[in-house]
Design a protein around this ligand. Structure first.
Ligand SMILES: Cc1cc2nc3c(=O)[nH]c(=O)nc-3n(C[C@H](O)[C@H](O)[C@H](O)COP(=O)(O)O)c2cc1C
Length: 354
C-alpha cells in the first residue's frame, strides 16, 4: 500500500511533515481559561503530527460554554498559549487554534446570570456542563441583527490574538452544534432577517467570519471545520446534503488552508444518505477527513485521494507518538474516557510512548 500518509504536504505555503492531523480535543485543563505549562507538555508530546489543531478555544467571554476551557482574547491568554506554540515549534510541529463560540450550548452560570446567545430562542435538549455539574440547558436569547458585526469582530480579534500567540493559523469551528453551526442548520435557525431562512442567509455568518479572519491573518492560514451529519447538541437540518454542498462550494476559491469534515456522528456512525465525496469535489483546497479512522483506513483514503489529510481524535489523545505507531504498525494505547474532561496530568500527559 502507498505510504503517502507519511509524506509531507504543502498547506497554504507551510510544509507539513506528514498528513496526520491531531483533531481538536477539549480537555478542560485550563483553570481561569488560560493555557498553561501542562498543556504545553501535552501538545509538545504530540508535535509529530503534521498539524495539531488546538482544543476548542473561546473567542470572548460570551463564547464560553464549558468549565476550564481556554480562551484566546486577552493578553494573559496569549501569553499562556505562547508556551504551547513555542513548545510545538521547538519540536518541529505546526499548530492551529480552533476558534470557538458555543452559542446556546452554554449556561447563565458562565455569563453572570445572563442568557447564552443563539440565532433563535430554541432551547437544545440536554444539559450544560457547569462548574457545579450538569444543569439543564436554558432557552437562549436571540441575537439581534445589530449584534452580528460584534460577533464577527470577536472572531477577528481572536484570530489576531492567535497570531500574536504564535499559532500557525486558525480553524473556524463551524461544527458540532456550536454558534456557527446553529446558524447553518435550519433546526436551530428560525430567523427571518438575512441571517436566516434561505441557505445563502444561513451560511452568511460563516462566510463573513471567514472573510474577517482571513483579512486579518491571511486566508491561507484559515481552515473551517464542519460536521454535516452530527446530531450532537440537538442539531438537525432538513436537507444536509444541499446545505453542506453549498458551504463547500462557497468556501472554494477563497485560498483557504483546508476544509475539515467530521464525517461521522458523535457516536461514530456514517450516514449512507450523505455523500462526503461531493464536499471534496466542490472544495478546491486541502480536504481533512475525520471520524473513526485507523491507520489502514487513513492510508486507503489518502491513496485513493478521497482526502488529503486525516485527523485523529481519540487515537492522538491516547498515543502521543501516533505517527510512529502507524508507520511501524505498533499497537495503540486505548483512550481512557474517565479522564477526557478535566483533571490533572493523569490520563493527559502520562500515556506512554513506544
Ligand atoms: C475528548 C474529546 C474532546 C473533543 N473536543 C472537540 C473540540 O474541542 N472541538 C471539536 O471540533 N471536536 C472535538 N471533539 C471531536 C473530535 O475532534 C473528533 O471529531 C472525534 O473524536 C472523532 O474522531 P476520532 O474517531 O478520530 O476520535 C472531541 C472529541 C473528544 C473525544
Amino acid at each position: 500500500m502507498s505510504n503517502k500518509l507519511f509524506s509531507s504536504i504543502d498547506m497554504g505555503g507551510q510544509t507539513l511533515g506528514n498528513r496526520m492531523v491531531m483533531a481538536p480535543l477539549t480537555r478542560n485543563r485550563a483553570p481561569d481559561c488560560i493555557a498553561n505549562a501542562l498543556m504545553a507538555e501535552y501538545y509538545g508530546q504530540r508535535s509529530a503530527a503534521g498539524l495539531i489543531i488546538s482544543e476548542g478555544t473561546q473567542i470572548s467571554e460570551q463564547a464560553v460554554g464549558y468549565p476550564a476551557t481556554p480562551g484566546i482574547y486577552s493578553q494573559q491568554q496569549v501569553d499562556g498559549w505562547s508556551q504551547v506554540t513555542d513548545t510545538v515549534h521547538a519540536k518541529g510541529g505546526h499548530i492551529f487554534a480552533q476558534l470557538w463560540h458555543c452559542g446556546r450550548i452554554s449556561h447563565p452560570d458562565f455569563h453572570a446570570g445572563e442568557l447564552p446567545v443563539a440565532p433563535s430562542a430554541i432551547k437544545p435538549a440536554g444539559d450544560a456542563f457547569t462548574y457545579e455539574g450538569l444543569k439543564p440547558f436554558v432557552t437562549p436569547r436571540t441575537l439581534e441583527a445589530s449584534e452580528i458585526p460584534g460577533i464577527i469582530e470577536q472572531y477577528r480579534h481572536a484570530a489576531a490574538c492567535a497570531g500574536n500567540a504564535g499559532f500557525d493559523g486558525v480553524e473556524i469551528h463551524a461544527a458540532n452544534g456550536y454558534l456557527i453551526d446553529q446558524f447553518i442548520r435550519d433546526g436551530s435557525n428560525r430567523r427571518t432577517d438575512h441571517y436566516g431562512g434561505s441557505l445563502e442567509n444561513r451560511i452568511r455568518l460563516l462566510l463573513e467570519i471567514v472573510d474577517a479572519v482571513g483579512s486579518e491573518i491571511g486566508h491561507n492560514k484559515v481552515g473551517v471545520r464542519i460536521s454535516p451529519i452530527n446530531a450532537f447538541n440537538d442539531m438537525s437540518d432538513s436537507d444536509p446534503q444541499s446545505t453542506f454542498d453549498h458551504i463547500a462550494s462557497s468556501l472554494s476559491g477563497l485560498g483557504l488552508a483546508y476544509l475539515h469534515v467530521v464525517e461521522v456522528s458523535m457516536t461514530g456512525e456514517t450516514d449512507s444518505n450523505f455523500d462526503t465525496g461531493r464536499l471534496r469535489d466542490r472544495f478546491d483546497s486541502l480536504y481533512i477527513a475525520n471520524g473513526g479512522y485507523d491507520g489502514e483506513r487513513a492510508q486507503q483514503a489518502i491513496a485513493s485521494n478521497t482526502a488529503d489529510l486525516i485527523a485523529f481524535g481519540a487515537p492522538f489523545l491516547a498515543n502521543p507518538d501516533l505517527p510512529e505507531r502507524l508507520r511501524t504498525g505498533a499497537p495503540l494505547n486505548t483512550a481512557d474516557q474517565s479522564t477526557f474532561y478535566g483533571g490533572d496530568a493523569h490520563g493527559y500527559t502520562d500515556y506512554p510512548s513506544l
